[in-house]
Design a protein around this ligand. Structure first.
Ligand SMILES: O=c1[nH]cc([C@@H]2O[C@H](COP(=O)(O)O)[C@@H](O)[C@H]2O)c(=O)[nH]1
Ligand SMILES: [Mg+2]
Length: 240
């Protein structure tokens, strides 16, 4: 993991968060749902394959899976099986460590925040149900099937769209992206934004290239590094 020392970060005013694997602890659930689809075909969902799929839209990921694993079904059939498995497993998803504290802290300090997730809106709504009280911290949530969205991650579109929907809209360089996937990190960098990457521990270091900062956990994020308000306990510690 790279450290924050000796790196020069630019001040930001807005934050844009990925959801799966960044805010919500859903990536293991995706692995289980996909493995459930693959088991009848005798296939294994390896991390090598998963790391290429994370952050892609369900339609693109489905087409990839059928092609790469040579499955005897159409991408549409795969997508339907995947959605059925997934929707049964995401009724009680948890937040990742440090997420709630950071979101409430930034919200309290009026930092404009948005979410940009590749997930389709109907799937997101199932995950969102147990978190209805927290989600209004986001000014808006852009999903992967948004009618204004042209291309999924690693294209920069979803982050540029999320930035454009703030009123007033900030420049991309004033936005800080939080991501867990290599595809999402590439999308944020292509959008001209700084990217805090909090990857799966199995992601090879080479795949983190381009990230502004790589962390093990959201709980390790220090907002003041990017000109955002520090946590109160850090202020007390620093200034007595
Ligand atoms: O193991 C996987 N994880 C995640 C995805 C895809 O990544 C999306 C989540 O992306 P993001 O974290 O950018 O919201 C999921 O909706 C799904 O389309 C996948 O295909 N396989
Ligand atoms: Mg993600």
């Amino acid at each position: 993991m790279s450290s924050s020392e000796a790196k020069c970060f630019k001040r930001v005013t807005h934050c844009i968060f990925d959801n799966d694997g960044t805010i919500m602890d859903t990536e293991n659930i995706y692995t289980n749902a996909i493995q459930n689809v693959l088991t009848p075909y005798g296939k294994k969902y390896t991390f090598e394959l998963k790391k290429q799929q994370m952050g892609l839209s369900a339609a693109v990921a489905s087409a990839n899976m059928v092609r790469i694993l040579n499955l005897p079904i159409t991408p549409q059939e795969y997508l339907a099986k995947f959605r059925a498995e997934l929707h049964a497993l995401i009724t009680d998803v948890k937040l990742l460590p440090g997420v709630k504290d950071l979101l409430l802290h930034l919200f309290e300090h009026r930092v404009p925040m948005a979410m940009a997730t590749a997930t389709y809106r109907d799937t997101f709504n199932i995950k969102a149900l147990p978190h209805c009280q927290l989600l209004p911290v986001f000014r808006h949530i852009v999903c992967g099937d948004d009618p204004e969205l042209k291309a999924c991650k690693p294209s920069p579109d979803i982050f540029l769209l999320a930035a454009a929907r703030f009123k007033p809209a900030p420049l991309p360089e004033c936005c800080l992206v939080f991501e867990d996937s290599a595809q999402g990190k590439d999308a944020g960098v292509a959008a001209g934004m700084q990217v805090v990457l909090i990857p799966d521990a199995r992601l090879p270091i080479a795949d983190t290239k381009g990230a502004t900062l790589v962390l093990r956990s959201m709980a390790d994020f220090q907002p003041e590094l990017f000109g955002l308000p520090a946590f109160d306990n850090v202020e007390k510690f620093t200034f007595g």
